[in-house]
Design a protein around this ligand. Structure first.
Ligand code: GRF
Length: 194
């Protein structure tokens, strides 16, 4: 059984999908804790499923490294096999990544390496592309630049806003991240070989 810690910053719809998947006795992973960098709305999903939560706000620390050290301490306290960034909107310093790599994955609402960064959906709209996508990657020290585990194209429709496009992308992200967790848990994927 793969132990997951999920880190979020927002509404946590991808987190909820993992929580729902892990209700299935056949699903080979369990969310053992959920962390956030702020009092994220999505923490309510963890509470609903009785999963412990923690929040480490950068504003309580002198700098990014001190914040990340505390976040890492709280993540490691749960002894996770895999940490999933799911709508986590902070860049993590190399010390954090090195402590977990390669067992640190991220979902991104674009077909990487297209549109990396915090505004991928808006950037796709502004670029006027006919399609974008969703990706699951292994986190490295760059911005959404790590090895790609899986990705899938998502069409952009005429009149799409950032919100309507993002809502079309998220279900694809959810499916990809659940499949990635399954493949990792079943050793169909070996993260160090990606
Ligand atoms: C997801 O699309 C994630 O990839 C991006 O922000 C969104 C968060 O959605 N970084 P949610 O919080 O899982 O609903």
């Amino acid at each position: 059984m793969l132990s997951l810690v999920v880190l979020i910053s927002g509404g946590g719809s991808n987190l909820r999908a993992l929580l729902e998947a892990s209700q299935d006795a056949e699903f080979p992973a369990r969310v053992v804790a959920v962390g956030a960098d702020r009092p994220a709305d999505g923490l309510i999903h963890a509470e609903e499923y009785g999963v412990p939560t923690f929040s480490v706000a950068m504003s309580n620390f002198a700098d990014r490294d001190a914040w990340a050290d505390e976040l890492l301490t709280q993540v490691l306290a749960w002894n996770p096999d895999l940490v999933v960034l799911s709508g986590f909107m902070k860049l993590l310093p190399p010390t954090f990544v090195a402590a977990l790599a390669p067992n640190l994955i991220n979902t991104h609402p674009a077909y990487l390496p297209e549109f990396p960064g915090a505004h991928a959906v808006r950037d796709a709209i502004e670029a006027g592309v006919a399609e974008t996508g969703a990706s699951v990657i292994v986190v490295d020290n760059g911005v959404d630049s790590g090895p790609i585990i899986s990705q899938e194209r998502v069409p952009v429709k005429p009149g799409d806003t950032e919100a309507t496009l993002h809502e079309r992308i998220k279900p694809v992200e959810r499916r990809l991240v659940i499949q990635a967790v399954l493949d990792i848990a079943n050793s169909h994927i070996t993260l160090k070989d990606i």
